[in-house]
Design a protein around this ligand. Structure first.
Ligand code: ADP
Ligand code: MG
Length: 399
């Protein structure tokens, strides 16, 4: 077995230098600035955003960096260190509409399109991207890519930064993913990247679009949040995500409520839906998961971290058996992390691959990483990668 691989976050200076250098090499001029937007992990509250529920993300120290300059001809031109072989991605903004944009530039041009749809000024740009957010790991590199351009656009257009502006940018970045890329995601990822705060967990409530920042300081209890990228292929575009959403909507209709958020009597809901039907099991996950986020908020406020083991286990089992979005890599990562001494572990993100988070005593980090790596080798899976999930700053200008 190879030594476990830790994916370290770049410093802001390193990320900015890489993006600016790439820009100069690609476009032959200086960028006007460099912006950064973080990936995220959700501590708890999975598949709740599109049910008007609650979730609890933090921003990772790992960011997408973009060096940007306005373009004079309303055409978007992009290059990325992560898809350098593809050459320049180029499209006039007049061509940007649902169903008409392919490739990774859709996250960027889609965000500009979303801002314009929402009557925000948003210039076309040239941009060079470099990133230490692993992609396809369920850590939301896609939303970070949209959000880094959202904050850059707002700054280039002279819009003053504010909490209110960031709420509007979440919507525009979400338009990119929902309407231009065609992924029906629910707003968690973009909110985490734009509305998080350093050393805090963001409690997002999608019923009234509010966000509360709660101090999240595991380190003072000598605990670390270990993120395990399982490397299992993560595909939300194969219809499974949409099927889960459709089941939730059907369940809400049968219960006579606008969304599953409004259900306050689980037993009654199970009598109507049937506890063993697909809709009954999907609804039970959502209803109990929303309750777990409320419990988690209290745990975070009180620092009663000993409760996390049970909450994470209940969440993971609910996603595994009722929502059916785990894969063997996620289950093995959780089980092996706990066996190696983690206090708590669960899958994070949409599932079908992606990452696991584990709360681990600082002195056991290496032991847990070794234990998970050994279990993966034993099961014949590709080696996982590890990140430290220190709650970090939201999207912002770097230079
Ligand atoms: P996740 O958001 O969990 O990382 P997704 O499949 O939603 O996974 O998004 C990954 C996609 O986002 C990539 O396939 C690519 O299109 C785009 N992307 C993310 N980061 C970059 C980057 N640095 N350069 C180019 N494209 C990127
Ligand atoms: Mg994504």
């Amino acid at each position: 077995m190879d030594e476990p691989r830790f994916e370290l976050a770049w410093t802001r200076e390193e990320g900015a230098a890489r993006a600016a250098l790439g820009f100069r090499q690609r476009f032959g001029t200086d960028p006007v600035g460099v912006w950064a937007a973080p990936g995220r992990v959700n501590i708890i509250g999975e598949h709740t955003d599109y049910n008007q529920g609650l979730c609890a993300p933090i921003a990772l120290p790992h960011c997408v960096y973009a060096a940007v300059a306005p373009s004079s001809d309303d055409t978007v031109r992009l290059a990325s260190a992560q898809s350098d072989g593809d050459g320049l991605w180029e499209l006039p903004m007049s061509e940007v509409r649902p169903g008409n944009v392919n490739g990774w530039g859709a996250y960027v041009a889609g965000t500009i399109w979303g801002m314009r749809q929402r009557l925000m000024p948003a210039p076309a740009i040239s941009g060079y991207v470099d990133s230490c957010v692993p992609f396809g790991a369920g850590l939301s590199s896609s939303a970070a890519l949209s959000c880094v351009f959202a904050v850059a656009e707002a700054a280039l257009a002279g819009m003053p930064d504010s909490a209110g502006l960031r709420i509007r940018l979440v919507d525009a970045a979400r338009d990119a993913e929902n309407q231009i890329v065609g992924a029906p995601t629910g707003g968690l990822d973009q909110s985490a990247s734009l509305r998080s705060a350093k050393a805090h967990v963001l409690i997002l409530d999608f019923q009234n679009n509010t966000a509360r920042q709660v101090p999240f300081n595991l380190a003072s209890s000598r605990l670390e949040l270990l993120v395990i990228d399982t490397k299992a292929p993560h595909q939300l575009n194969d219809g499974q995500y949409g099927a889960r959403r459709a089941s939730c909507e059907a369940a809400a209709r049968k219960l006579g409520v606008a969304s599953l958020r409004e259900v306050d009597d689980l037993e009654q809901a199970m009598r109507v839906l049937g506890p063993d039907t697909v809709e009954g099991r999907r609804a039970r996950h959502v209803i109990t998961e929303i309750a777990r986020v409320k419990e988690f908020e209290q745990v975070a406020r009180q620092g009663s971290w000993e409760e996390l083991g049970r909450l994470f286990q209940e969440s993971h089992d609910s996603l595994r058996y009722d929502y059916e979005v785990t894969v063997p890599e996620l289950d093995v990562a959780v089980e092996s992390a706990l066996a190696a001494g983690a206090h708590a572990a669960r899958m994070t993100g949409g599932g079908f691959g992606g990452s696991v988070i584990a709360v681990v005593p600082a002195e056991r980090l290496q032991r847990v990483a070794n234990g998970v790596s050994a279990a993966f080798a034993q099961a014949g899976f590709a080696p996982p990668a590890f990140l430290l999930g220190t709650p970090s700053a939201p999207a912002a200008r770097v230079v």
